[in-house]
Design a protein around this ligand. Sequence first.
Ligand code: F0G
Length: 458
Amino acid sequence: MAFKTIIEPFKIKSVEPIMMSTEEQRIGFLKTANYNPFMLRSEQVIIDFLTDSGTSAMSAKQWAGIMDGDESYAGSRSWFRMESIIKDLTGMEFILPTHQGRAAERILYGHLGGKGKVFFSNTLFDTSRANIEFSGAEGIDLSIEESELVNHTYPFKGNIDTVKLEEQIKNHDLKNIAGVVLTVTNNSGGGQPVSMQNVKETSRICKQYGILLFIDCCRIAENAWFIVDREHGYANKTYKEVAQEIFSYADGALMSAKKDGLVNMGGFLSLKDKKLSDACKNLLIITEGYTTYGGLSGRDMEAIAQGLEEVFDPAYLNYRIKSTTYLGEHLHRIGIPLMLPIGGHAVYIDAKALYPHIPVHQYPGQALVCELYTKGGIRTVEIGSVMFGKYDEQGKLIEAPMELVRLAIPRRVYTQSHIEYVIEVFDKIFEDRSKARGLKITEEPEFLRHFTAKYELI
Ligand code: F0G
């Protein structure tokens, strides 16, 4: 018999206090942080939905692995354990350990990129785009049309548009195409999954033109859950088998293990080709560390190895996705406009629709981020014109296609009652929606401006 209540499929062995605060205190904290919650102190936050990255609670077995980690410089036992688990999962021969996802990106995109080169993607995550652009290359997103229709319930809104991909390939000199990157699930596009059919078709096109295909796989287990749930022919496969099939179509994968690796730090690059791997290993040794630890301690590698096994547990994945869906569906019921269907690791609120009185150049997403913090101590992030925002030659803001706010849910950290609290805060957000105010940017850096930009309330 199926019960309605989602219970966490784990017991809590260790707890961390949350500092409670009043709305009045939070108004002061936010002002001091220049209306950018990245600049808050974490004690000032009640529910931290800033990111699901590096914020997982580790299991007792992972903590045991921390003690058991082998810290040898070369040939660490912990490395061999992590390497064999990643080889089994990805089916790839060459594994390079990195301290997090963007280090793998810097190595791979730095090597393949450079001036005149281009990468195509369903949607590049911001660090991926920054690493590609930093190398001098260009990143072009080719998401499907449905992905920009917030209310469209297409089940695989994370897909790349394979027709556009082929057109783009034909419009470019083949020798300048550095690769295709599929981000699964598609984080910046709303945490939406990519279908197996789409991976297969992309792989077929890449093979036809001799282009390398890479999977940005930090949420591969969550993507596998959606394929088993929604795609014809996969209902009887295990989540791990589905992940293995995705990897089988690619030439390489980059992972930030801080997501589905269920750890606080770590990542890897896996490759099928020896020549490419040798070139990347040179960069690994120069910038991260020797090949059997890269940017990691032995204990980190133990925790990653264990996490990559636990994440495919059906009880865990079911709870994970259903709990995210529960939050999304309840907000939808209140009347909060959001991205449908609900994604895997996060709920994405459509701030432009919630605050039609705030023009895009006054950043409705950032306005909601500030409201959520002051009303409920909930920290979130804007994914819209602040994050993607660039200026044209006249210095006018180029608007992002959507003004979203992401509620990213850390893995195994918050309980169902925390989720109920968030829903209550949203009741208040909805009630007071006409009073929210836009913001003006007063200071910003050149790259990844959302991290450190300063604002004033209008
Ligand atoms: N790729 C994707 C799809 C990501 O979501 C991230 C990180 C990275 C690569 C980079 O990994 O942080 O380990 O260097 N996303 C975090 C987030 C920061 O909040 O979504 P990293």
